[in-house]
Design a protein around this ligand. Structure first.
Ligand SMILES: [Fe+2]
Ligand SMILES: [Fe+2]
Length: 482
């Protein structure tokens, strides 16, 4: 493995590769080295189940601009999970809130300790959760290329766990170490100690779900990391900045994964001049739409309630900023500003309707972030619709209404159709099967999930990718199975 001395390069001679001079802090190094075997046994018991010899993986070796990754076949359990923070800007100043203009914090201020720890734990909890959700997918991968991408996402989510655990160990003393242990004890979908956020306890039983998850739910991660990258707490900011780099690949897997499913379905629809592609071993468009509806709506919930005083306080304190904070043309304090958030008007009455209400800009920050996210989600939908249009098909995919299938926030108490029409519980009961995957849909999708582990081959329900990984062709031997 490449060792890059000094600068922004990672030190791979250490047991835990890092660019934080871990060897200079023996206590911290020992603490993390004692967490390492726990991480590895978690990976062995909760990580990917398909036995492999090695996988063509990307490993981070440098956080600088000039190429940061190294590609090679590595046995997955020997992957060098490490600690990498983006380069430090010694002159960095806080960009928002009541401490705006002050130097960024290199230590955790006592008064914000509990809140910062909480933010880090919540982010940290999602990383291993997704590995757990995806652990059985290897057995049904549609190609070696896809199998490799799954494992790449998995090892990097493992690294993101390392990133958060490093912060907990380095800056939060004993409670931080306890939280780091807890991150390995909670498990996705567990009845006794589930993961913290709802979407991370849902199962990812098939590859359509995986692509929708990496498109919609990893994208939530992108937006959360984007707000933490603005944090006044500089080590958190630098950690998230580097994680965002890795996250981009996960979303590429989702975007192009759905591209390829839509492409294959469109191809068969045109070829046979019929919408009925299920019998031909593909996924019908209405089913793709239902999976989209599900993953999008549970991901919207991850942004929390439309209004939140906690988030207002985080912002004012400088803990968590807005998406693209520095590109916003306001005072970055928002104390006197107002904002329109989605709301249920006349809730509980016969006049109840979906509309908007004005709140202070600070309490509306969750809505602000959710809207940035929604606009980003729309870009993928446009892409998929372009594939349909280019195939000459009139059908289109769309994002459902923000009130559809919500379990968190203003619309948690009502049912709404994908068009935003409020429904009675009865109507919902009758019609939700048109909008969300039914058992029949899930059974069909699962019936297609037969593994294609032969080099250069691809499953019936998905088109091959346009490009391979790191300049390699599609038929490259990305994974050697055991
Ligand atoms: Fe992640
Ligand atoms: Fe991710």
């Amino acid at each position: 493995m490449t060792t890059v001395a000094g600068g922004t390069g990672a030190d791979y001679t250490e047991k835990i590769p890092n660019n934080v001079d871990l060897h200079e802090d023996r206590r911290l190094q020992r603490a993390l080295e004692s967490w390492q075997p726990n991480f590895l046994s978690w990976w062995e018991s909760m990580g990917p189940t398909l036995p492999t010899q090695d996988v063509y993986l990307r490993t981070a070796v440098n956080v600088g601009r000039e190429g940061w990754a190294h590609f090679d076949h590595v046995p997955m359990r020997d992957y060098r999970w490490g600690i990498f923070l983006a380069e430090r800007d010694p002159g960095r100043r806080i960009g928002f809130g009541q401490h705006m203009g002050e130097p960024a914090w290199q230590q955790v201020p006592g008064e914000y300790r509990a809140e910062l720890r909480r933010l880090i734990v919540i982010q940290g909890d999602t990383e291993p959760a997704s590995v757990e959700q995806q652990r059985n997918l290897g057995a049904t991968a549609p190609s070696l290329y896809d199998l490799r991408n799954l494992f790449q996402v998995n090892v990097e989510e493992g690294r993101h766990l390392w990133a958060m655990v490093y912060l907990l160990h380095a800056y939060f003393g004993r409670d931080g170490r306890e939280e780091a242990e807890e991150l390995l004890h909670r498990n996705s979908g567990s009845a006794d100690s589930p993961r913290i956020l709802g979407a991370f306890n849902e199962e990812t039983p098939d590859w359509l779900s995986f692509f929708m998850f990496t498109y919609f739910t990893d994208r939530d991660g992108k937006y959360q990391l984007g707000t933490l990258k603005e944090s006044a707490f500089d080590p958190l900011s630098r950690t998230c900045e580097f994680m965002l780099k890795e996250e981009a690949h996960h979303m590429m897997v989702g975007t192009t994964g759905v591209d390829r499913v839509v492409e294959r379905t469109a191809q068969l629809m045109v070829e046979h001049d019929s919408d009925e592609v299920a019998a031909r071993g593909a996924i019908p468009l209405p089913m793709i739409q239902k999976y989209l509806n599900f993953h999008y709506s549970v991901s919207l919930d991850l942004f929390g309630g439309e209004t939140s005083t906690n988030v207002a306080n985080y912002y004012t304190a400088g803990l968590k900023g807005r998406w693209s904070e520095d590109r916003r043309k306001d005072d970055h304090k928002l104390a006197d500003d107002a904002y329109l958030v989605d709301a249920l008007i006349d809730a509980g009455t016969s006049k109840q309707s979906i509309g908007q209400t004005e709140v202070s800009a600070l309490t509306g920050l969750n809505t602000d972030l959710r809207r940035e996210y929604i606009a980003d989600c729309q870009i993928g939908v446009n892409r998929w619709n372009k594939i349909l249009a280019e195939a000459g098909l009139p059908q289109r995919l769309k994002l459902p209404h923000v009130a559809f299938n919500r379990k968190v926030g203003a619309f948690a108490g009502i049912e709404a159709s994908p068009d935003g029409e409020i429904l009675s519980a009865d109507e919902w009961q009758h019609r939700s099967g048109q909008w969300l995957p039914t058992d029949v849909d899930k059974t069909h999708v699962r019936s297609l999930m037969r593994p294609v582990h032969e080099r250069g081959k691809i499953a019936s329900w998905i088109a091959p990718p346009r490009n391979g990984i790191n300049g390699k062709p599609f038929d490259y031997e990305y994974v050697h199975l055991a």
